[in-house]
Write a protein that binds this ligand. Structure first.
Ligand SMILES: Nc1ncnc2c1ncn2[C@@H]1O[C@H](COP(=O)(O)OP(=O)(O)OP(=O)(O)O)[C@@H](O)[C@H]1O
Length: 307
């Protein structure tokens, strides 16, 4: 993948911790990742956002060395992610984690720790992720949420430079999710780099400073959270009306109707001019989810490096 001599992993602030250069991954005739360029710098929290099948997990797999690109180049902390010297900088929680059912939680943590030169202590991992009470439990007997918490904790056990969290809080209740966010923030506050994928827009909004929107394997947007919203400049207009006004694309149930538009002023003026009998008018900026849907629909190649 990468040729020639490789230096030891870079630990300089501002260094590139993960890089994809025109990376493509094909499965048979399908393209999961299609010519992606991406740089993640030390200390960033980057959210990968996209609908099912957009290529998020495949991209994470490529950046973390569990998959090889069909073409293009990937780097992790300045080297090949398949090289153990560079893998030591990495913590990863894949979407599906197979934990050995007969091992106890503490044993699994120790097993993972043993692969790293300067890991967290067992009790640090247990405490930080609220697993103290479960240390002696066999992983086979854990609930789905407990397994997920352990899987995320394991990503941090080796005291990594960069963590990749693929849908980290799927299946967790609100409290457990917030606890995990806190642990991720703590890692970030200590200088750690984070790449996370999520379907929970709340999670991306809570954690990410930069959002990379993927659609059909391509980067549709790569910008700050605010800029991703700004890119589409969509407003959501809601009205109550006994009948849907003709000539407008309002959707909704009952008499509450909604419309996404880039020009809310024009729509409201037209509603008034045409004497539409609306009430309870509400106009607000689109949520990230709405912005993201609009971006995906447009298939726009938008705003690289607007962060
Ligand atoms: N091992 C594989 N063999 C064949 N096709 C695959 C394989 N892995 C992924 N794909 C295909 O590649 C595309 C991208 O999948 P990927 O899992 O990366 O998307 P995703 O954005 O992570 O989706 P989700 O949010 O549902 O996890 C999909 O069309 C998927 O079916």
């Amino acid at each position: 993948m990468l040729g020639g001599q490789q230096e030891a992993p870079t630990r300089t602030a501002g260094a590139v911790h993960a890089r994809a250069e025109r990376v493509t991954k094909r499965f048979g005739s399908g393209v999961a990742v299609d010519g992606v360029d991406l740089e993640v710098r030390a200390g960033e929290i980057v959210g990968l956002l996209g609908p099912n099948g957009a290529g998020k997990s495949t991209l994470v797999g490529l950046l973390t060395g569990s998959r090889r690109p069909t073409s293009g180049r990937v780097e992790l902390c300045g080297g090949d992610p398949r090289d153990p010297r560079f893998r030591r900088t990495l913590g990863v929680t894949p979407q599906e984690t197979g934990l050995p059912a007969s091992l106890r939680v503490g044993e699994v943590i120790d097993f993972v720790r043993s692969h790293f030169p300067d890991p967290l202590s067992r009790s640090e991992v247990l405490d930080r992720f609220g697993l103290g009470d479960l240390a002696r439990r066999q992983t086979g007997g854990l609930s789905g949420g407990q397994k997920r918490r352990l899987a995320v904790a394991l990503a941090f056990a080796g005291r990594p430079e960069i963590v990749f969290l693929d849908e980290p809080t799927t299946g967790l209740d609100v409290e457990a999710r917030r606890d995990l966010w806190e642990a991720v923030r703590e890692f970030h506050a200590g200088g750690g780099t984070v790449v996370l994928t999520s379907h929970y827009l709340e999670e991306i909004e809570a954690l990410a400073e930069r959002v990379v929107v993927l659609g059909e394997g391509r980067v549709l947007a790569d910008a700050s959270l605010e800029a991703v919203r700004g890119l589409v400049k969509v407003s959501r207009i809601s009205i109550s009306s006994p009948v849907p006004p003709s000539g407008f694309d309002f959707e909704g149930n009952g008499d509450r109707l909604h419309l996404l538009t880039a020009d809310a002023d024009r729509v409201v003026r037209e509603l008034v001019t045409r004497n539409v009998p609306f009430r309870d008018l509400e106009v607000r900026p689109a949520s990230l989810e709405e912005a993201f849907l609009t971006l995906t629909n447009k298939k726009a190649v938008a705003g690289k490096d607007q962060r």
